[in-house]
Design a protein around this ligand. Sequence first.
Ligand code: EPU
Length: 592
Amino acid sequence: MFEKDKDITSLTTFGIPAKAALFAEYSSAKELLRISRSPEFTDNEVLHIGGGSNLLFIKDFNGLVLHSAMKGITRYDKDPHTAFVIACAGEKWTDLVDWCLAEGLAGLENLAGIPGEVGAAPVQNVGAYGAEAADVIHNVECFDTVTREIKVFTNEECRFGYRDSRFKHDWKGRYYVLRVSFRLTPSVEASNLTYGPLANLAETLGHTPSITEVAAEVVRIRASKLPDPAVTGSAGSFFKNPVVSRYLFEEEILPAHPDIPHYKVGEHMVKIPAGWLIEHCGLKGAKEGGAAVWPKQCLVIANAGGATGHDVKELADRIVSTVRKKIGVSLSPEVNYIDTSVTVTILGSGTSKGVPEVGCACKTCTSPYAKDKRMRASALVRTHGMNILIDPSPDFRAQALANGIFDIDAVLITHSHYDHVGGFDDLRPFCAKGKMPVYLKEDVNTDLHKRLDYCFREHPYPGVPAFEMNEIGDSPFFINGLKVVPISVMHGKLPILGYRIGDFAYITDAKTIPEEEMEKLEGLKTLVVNALRAREHFAHMSFHEAVEFIGKVRPEEAYLTHFNHEAGYHHVMEEMFGPRIHPAYDGLVINS
Ligand code: EPU
């Protein structure tokens, strides 16, 4: 049932070399049920792929990759105006579109030529040329990996948005699409001709275009702009078209770039084509190793020959920073980064008062060295293409500006002491795209509901930050498919949380760690742990206690954080703990 060390290069449209430690394919829900009960499934990180048209493997995947080989397309006519087409997840999307054209069913013709498989269509809400899958999806039949039952979700339940659905958020990793039911119209006449290049088709042809003619035109336009998937690897659009506030657009972007194409989104927002932005920043044809910006459609990064995942990521990062610098717009990838590496930025390495302490004239507080300036403790974890903030400290605004943070996908909270949550309100800019997911203990949630009551009112003041509070215990949970392990530690008498992500763990404000939690820290590469000062403290580990704890955990490398001014100079501490234990400092970047 399982293949080991499987080369999955050809299972993605990018064609970038990648391997999966384990791979399995299933042809029925029953087979999937069997797989879901196996240790290969329960003991590993699992990634379910479709046609691989939206994935970028940054390195080999050290877990189980699953793929649906479920095939079949059937049609049920409800009445002369409505036909339901039920397609299995493993069917190629273009085969489904061709099948519907041959059956004389209208609704999918604008979506001709899109690479990928049926199972990915509701996840990604694929769209092109004035149509999107959500317009015609009736319901989605899924396998629930938690209850191991089959569930059917209506179109509304899937909460489709632009290139978005619940399958990308709270349902990610939980539900696998088995079949999709589409509500189509028995008709050979095309009706959706609003999109620019299609609007002239009737005139050019001299008659109302048929669905086959629209599909052919769409395929022709695609071929003129996008790389031929049979020849050049790519993942189609690499970035989403950014949506900015009307204010920013009208006041700053439009006056500087009067010819910029744009589309109104509701009353207050404006969508800008990312391809235009990239081209107008002079990045047409830009290269990084084997990766290149596709000159005919700059929204696409192509594998121009021998590209690695790293090349693509470097090029994408360059595009994002150039467009930000030149036009003031932040692009975010539409492509899913499959990147199990973890990069951590220490945003603050100081205790509750920070260093320097206000009013103190000790040698540390008056130190001339940058590494002795310690903002309140906080860290940013980048992995799987996401930015995860641990604790919005009261210094968060300054930390975000100092470290160029312009996107946060989720927030983890260790506990509700003010020095760890005082920056909540400053998360406002990151809540504009929707409620910010926050993960925290029940008592912390109760506390924050009191302190941030204005964010949780039925009719909040316009513009206040919006949070989706997710209460967690001490069992692992998932953020967009990423496994996070909470670690219960004692802050004096208060039970609080540390977190493990991959082979990295962050523990702050701990005095002791219950023996039963220690196994969650086995096999760590990097541990960040608090060490207040040399002298003992009732609620924080001292240097000596932290070093003893690190000795038990035995990570490859450890960093100390949450220092007060008594900890002294950074360069002195650097000599104190041996080659594998370092004092952290604000702005330190750790690759785990
Ligand atoms: N433009 C440029 N330079 C470029 C690319 C585009 O100036 O390099 C300008 C065009 O001239 C036009 C505008 O940007 O004024 C929009 O371009 P286009 O109509 O090609 O559409 P898009 O917004 O760039 C989106 C989808 C495509 C889809 C097309 C057609 C996203 C992220 N991409 O691209 O989807 O095919 O519309 O509907 O929404 C895909 O998802 O893989 C994909 C290719």
